[in-house]
Design a protein around this ligand. Sequence first.
Ligand SMILES: [Zn+2]
Length: 429
Amino acid sequence: MERSEPGISRPATLFTNVAVFDGDGPGSYPGEVLVEGNRIAAVARDDERIAANGAAIVDGGGATLMPGLVEAHAHLGFGSSVDRVLRGPRTPEQMLLVTAHTAKVMLDYGFTGAYSAGSHSAAAEVALRDDIAAGWLPGPRLRACSFEREAGSVMEGTRKYVSYDRRQPDIDGVRAFVRDMAAAGVDSVKLVLTGDNSIVPGTSLTGLYHDAEIRAAGEAARDAGVWLNVHAHSAEAIKMALRHGVRVIYHCTWPDEEALDLLEAYTDEIFVAPTVGLNWTNIHADPNYAKRDNGAALKEQIGKFDHLRRLLPVLRKRGIRLLPGGDYGFPTNPIGRNAHDIELFVTEFGFRPAEALTAATKLGGEIMGMADELGRIKSGYLADLLLVDGDPLRDVALLQDSNRLLMIMKDGKYHKTPQPRRRLDAHAA
Ligand SMILES: [Zn+2]
């Protein structure tokens, strides 16, 4: 049993009779977990017991206690959540409210952490992050991001995808963007290095930035103390990102051998979120998608998904930190469904369930920049915990059913108080 200093005066909760998945093991073990204040104070396994010492006792009835989930590619501002689908243009004021709402929905669905991959307004996301952290609004711990800068245009939503060789480098503009966003208080800055077929057909391999611009962005980010995230499909864009200190690569679809070697050389520095959920949704859950471009768009999405089926096991073997999550928030893949990415890691990409859960918890703590205190059930770690009705190590899909989340705790406080387990036979499907 590991135990940190006993804090008798702080509110304490002892979870007993739980199967502990600690975020980093091949499986779970029967155990007990003591939370004091906002941190995990002790973990006992097998026959060990923790003295309650006045702590409130929650008998988990054999349910699974695991770290809260982290979404690695969050867009709170995409707007649609499972309980509220949004279409059409919105004012900035509506966007702010929508974003606060989707943050709450993410937490309702077990995501206690969210690494933003682009906001509609840096100032709004920074304000939301700080209000959540201060306890004024419900939501996941948030790493706030700039809006997504496309080269040649910094206007959100223009989606022109001007190829870099059709314009002069704008090094000062890129530097100023990074500096301005850092001054607004973001944790990370997002650059869109390539187009995207699913938005403008035929553009995924179109490079949008000059190498010198990304070098300048890397320098400016290091100077300002912010992280760089990129949207990158092509091998060239992936290599450019790696050369210049980008921390998070989204999509990472078409690396060549040289890019794969470079990715492997940077395994300790970088994270890759391949963003498979939206791709899957376009193929399987959006009847309108099939009609686009007389079926060409759907065909392209199917080809890409098949390619990812071959690529992701290769990236995994090379030790690249692959994280589930991505682009949830459209009407067809609303926020609240984020845990579907975890299932896809298992069913489509060859991950063992424990490994996929580790990617969503332990690696989640790492992408949040909190490796030594978030994403695991370990003495001294922050108490972001889920109590799950059933065994997600046998079926990771259970995490998508909010009724299965019997308890959600963030920073030692209940977002959802412990609910009784349902009779097992009541949900045998
Ligand atoms: Zn995105």
